[in-house]
Ligand binder design. Sequence first.
Ligand code: 26M
Length: 824
Amino acid sequence: AWRKFSPKGFTSKEDFEAECVRHIETTLARSLFNCDELAAYSGTALAFRDRLIIDWNKTQQRQTFADQKRIYYLSLEFLMGRALDNAMLNVGLKNVAKQGLDELGFRIEDIINQEHDAALGNGGLGRLAACFLDSMASLNYPAWGYGLRYRYGIFKQEIENGYQVEIPDYWLDFNPWEFPRHDVTVDVQFFGWVNKYTDDEGKQVVSWQDGEMVTAVAYDVPVPGYGTSTVNNLRLWSSKASSGEFDFAKFNSGDYESAVADQQRAETISAVLYPNDNLERGKELRLKQQYFWCAASLHDIIRRFKKTQRKWSEFPDQVAIQLNDTHPTLAIVELQRILIDKEGLEWNAAWDIVTKTFGYTNHTVLPEALEKWSVPLIQNLLPRHLQIIYDINLFFLQTVERRFPKDREMLSRVSIIEESNPKMVRMAYLAIVGSHKVNGVAELHSDLIKTTIFKDFVKVYGPDKFTNVTNGITPRRWLHQANPRLSELIASKLGSYEFLKDLTLLNKLEPFVDDKEFKKEWAEIKYANKVRLAQHILKSNGVSVNPKALFDVQVKRIHEYKRQQLNIFGVIHRYLAIKSMTPEERKKLAPRVSIFGGKAAPGYWMAKTIIHLINKVGEVINKDPDVGDLLKVIFLEDYNVSKAEIIIPASDISEHISTAGTEASGTSNMKFVLNGGLVIGTLDGANIEITREIGEENVFLFGNLAEDVEDLRHNHFYGDYSVNPELLKVFECIKSGTFGDEAAFGALISAIVDHGDYYLVSDDFDSYCKTHDLIDESYKNQDKWVSKSIQSVARMGFFTSDRCINEYADSIWNIEPLAVKEEA
Ligand code: 26M
């Protein structure tokens, strides 16, 4: 009977308004008289949240009742961005809200823009996790995400005098999308010592004693699917001091300050997201974060498993855990510890369960990004885990020895322990040994890990343990939400929005590649998106750019391997060319806007220098009267998910120009092409598969191949080698002070001239510039350009994260969707 009175949520415009107002007045206790856009956002979010909660509860009940295998996606990063627009899309009442807000005197876009991004991630890896959650819910997989509830997400970037400045991102003031579960807690132990003894019955007992306890508190975030009532759960852990007797004793004995200090130390664990991307620094607090989150998540998963009353051997039939990079590798050790120390299983039986449960995804081959933790650090923080790691290694090396007798070299190469000083635990090796499947994130990358960093493990386990799952992106956010007009145009030709669920249907656009009317609308939408970005640029940078110019975009984390330096050197090269042209020659040139965006890790000095150079080059070029509209250089501050949603639909060309073999996949390449942009790129990561799908004629490829990189690097030191002369002219220009403060940029030049040009900037420079000239020529033929754009979109079906998740489900998780009977 209570169901009758339970909130069903609104369906009409009037009911929406009533709900929105009710929430503003009662939930938020605010007067309608000063209802600003933030209040309207809050009311709208709460109204949609109510609708989600109903389906969320049902989904959780249904999944519990079905009692089948679940997938647990462990990621230290979930780069979710904003939630409201996505909630509206999935609930399906955006239009109702639009009309309602209109009547209340608001524009829905302004209301959506009030929301703070949930920026709990650095870049590609974190955004991939967010796309995966969207796909798993949309495909009705029973899936949970587990992560950390950072108080501070990735820092906000400001540019001051051309330099990056980091501002803390405190984002939790008002977050209607999280639900604190103060009753769902796990106590997590650190430090202490290991006690091995024989109990009264003569049994060997191992116990991890004393140390300190920190409590993990669950915060749940609903993850709605598109076109389904499935709403999955993202569980984020927050740290707080345990309210054990220990603390009470301190408070009571008058040691108030130290008790408060303990509390703060506990809360520090989930305080801040580490802002590194592809760089490992071995900080103790980072290891604490990792264990805290792994221990809490595993405890939670086991608690749920135990309710089913099954035997331990059935654990892998109920639970699949996917490790997003090596960051959660301690979960492997923790599960083994629980099974043998707490549940009394034999080592082998336990280890069999562990390896059947875990899968490991590798996201990088860069050596500086591979996690290693020092043995003394682990010894101190997690003494029992270190013993188990040594045992895992011992048993592993014994099997290797049986297969490769007397190959001592092999043993030391594959050992989980690196015999350095101090000794180090190689987390990727531990992740491989503890998982049944290891995957890379694009074909080239998956091949490379098998032939380079993990080649010995292919010899040990055979090739079948290693597989590829090429990344994908969710077309809901990256097409429909970011580019509603393009989505609508596509739907008008395809007859429905079904392509948002089955992206391969985009191939039905191919017949329109030469349709005049369709091409006109297609081009108009791109132009409108460029006008919108131009407005944004004017507001944020004070620079007026011509929306008719070719928009050339590179937005991603700043890293030497991604080669933003190649791009800005190319821009300077273009600037010099323009300066030396006659007015007649200039008239023939296609106007360009070079747009950059991205954050540098705060400690990554070279990356910060690249940002500085881009900004200084922009200052000079943008006010040079010889150049005018022919070239503008823009650095967009604080690139994040919601900025990406504006920038990506507005690009004509985007740059994916990493040194071949270094970018595992890239995912923004997929987003740009799906939005009708063309790409310039190296034969790296997913660029290769994108080219295969959309056709070589639709991609501007350049540069050396991955297979040649090693020899080229060698040649820089030992061959008859000289830096590209056109690039040297660029360096002369910088050194002459054209962009001010020439000393500031010396390191960028000497990395190439004096230090071996590790990223092959000089080797690829000529090919890069010539390809840009080709782009200029192609852009002049707008008709052909638009056809390429349409044809590319038509062939992008493969790159949906739905396909990707189905591949994981089939080849790694062995899990089926849970059918939903939709109510009439
Ligand atoms: C390491 C140590 C301390 C703090 C942070 C880190 C760390 C954080 C993020 C290390 C690596 C991190 O992410 C790496 C990453 O984003 N890799 C990218 O993954 C994408 C999804 O698979 C790929 O598309 C990109 O090519 C790859 O660079």
